[in-house]
Design a protein around this ligand. Structure first.
Ligand code: NAP
Ligand code: ZN
Length: 349
């Protein structure tokens, strides 16, 4: 079947309207009419080939929500009409130790929702900036939020799970002082989730204009990281830092804020490396530097259910598909509060 999509034909070309093919649902497939798709900074990195290896045409989008419009003969978990989501993963080997542990995100053969290998035309996966997607039921998530929240649920499928997973892995909760660095799509979810988990949250931003917003998002304190006095006030006091910044920056400024045995986990994935940290800032207080990649399918469902229970959704600005190139430029300037979401109905125009 041919559907409308938005994507780029080359790294230096803007995104434009495209016709793409979707497979007929196989026995274990769920066909989803996409209602909304969030716009992740990874979409921008990838469509411009900033991480190298992008295949074209590239149709980004891995924060997908919509309604099931058909299911294959052997699908047991979903039926036509169900509200569902698809995140960053549409396939994996299904039998390695990572897949068996529900950590498909760490499977060596994980297939991303776009730019991953597939037998479907054109030979690589095409993402959620499109009217429809067909996905194996193992990688489809159930949405339990009220339908009115659907557009604001979309960003949970990447920004939500990418921040939820490390907060859970490092056991963030009451009694912890947690820093969230960068208040963008991921960072604003990190603040909301760490707050919902009961932590004392300190938001770090380069943008003075986000100071008041950060408190409304659930931060207990806000630090403008360009201000050395504000930074120094938190020296050696944080248990955990979640760093979501999309550009290279001085990590030492944040290590020195960790307590003994504190960890800073990087989820931001800049196209060029951070300056190497000063090793004494790690060894003197037995601090750790870590990384984390999205989350597995069971944990993504757990995150969606946690968010439904706690009334957590993203703060969004809805756009039409033909506004995506401007939206990318605004995202690069940090001018988004706090996630663009494409209204898929605009693709038909
Ligand atoms: P975003 O909405 O653009 O937010 C990034 C934030 O980082 C900005 O809002 C800004 O916050 C801060 N920032 C940007 N440039 C900066 C600079 N030069 N110096 C200091 N701070 C800067 O992006 P996002 O969608 O949240 O994604 C963030 C990063 O995570 C991207 O690199 C993305 O590819 C990556 N990512 C990783 C995973 C994973 O699994 N690990 C998953 C999804 C995304 P302030 O204005 O508050 O300073
Ligand atoms: Zn993403």
């Amino acid at each position: 079947m041919t559907v409308k999509a938005y994507g780029a034909q080359a790294a230096d070309r803007p995104l434009e309207s495209l016709d793409i093919a979707r497979r007929q649902p196989g026995a274990h497939d769920v066909q989803i009419d996409i209602a909304y798709c969030g716009v992740c900074h990874s979409d921008l990195h990838q469509v411009r080939s900033e991480w190298a290896g992008t295949l074209y045409p590239c149709v980004p989008g891995h924060e997908i929500v919509g309604r099931v419009s058909a299911v294959g003969a052997h699908v047991s978990g979903f039926k036509e009409g169900d509200l569902v989501g698809v995140g960053c993963i549409v396939d994996s080997c299904q039998h390695c130790s990572e897949c068996e542990a529900g950590l498909e995100n760490y499977c060596d053969n994980m297939v991303g929702t776009y730019n991953g290998p597939t037998q479907d035309p054109p030979g690589h996966t095409l993402g959620g900036y499109s009217q429809q997607i067909v996905v194996h039921e193992r990688y489809v998530l159930r949405i339990r939020h009220p339908e009115a929240d659907l557009a604001a649920v979309a960003p949970l499928l990447c920004a939500g799970i990418t921040t939820y997973s490390p907060l859970r892995h490092w056991k963030v909760g009451p009694g912890h002082k947690v820093g969230v660095v960068g208040i963008g799509g991921l960072g604003h979810m990190g603040i909301k989730l760490a707050h919902a988990m009961g932590a004392h949250v300190v938001a770090f931003t380069t943008s003075e204009s986000k100071r008041t917003d950060a408190l409304a998002l659930g931060a207990d304190e806000v630090v403008v990281s360009r201000n050395p006095d504000e930074m120094a006030a938190h020296a050696k006091s944080l248990d955990f830092i979640l760093n979501t910044v999309a550009a290279p920056h001085d990590l030492d400024a944040f290590f020195t804020l960790l307590k003994r045995d504190g960890t800073m986990t990087l989820v931001g994935a800049p196209a060029t490396p951070h300056p190497s940290p000063e090793v004494f800032n790690l060894i003197m207080k037995r601090r750790s530097l870590a990384g984390s990649l999205i989350g597995g399918i069971p944990e993504t469902q757990e995150m969606l259910d946690f968010c439904a229970e706690h009334g957590v959704v993203a703060d969004i600005e809805m756009i039409r598909a033909d506004q995506i190139n401007d939206a990318y430029e605004r995202m690069l300037k940090g001018d988004v509060k706090y996630r663009f979401v494409i209204d898929s109905a605009s693709l038909a125009a």
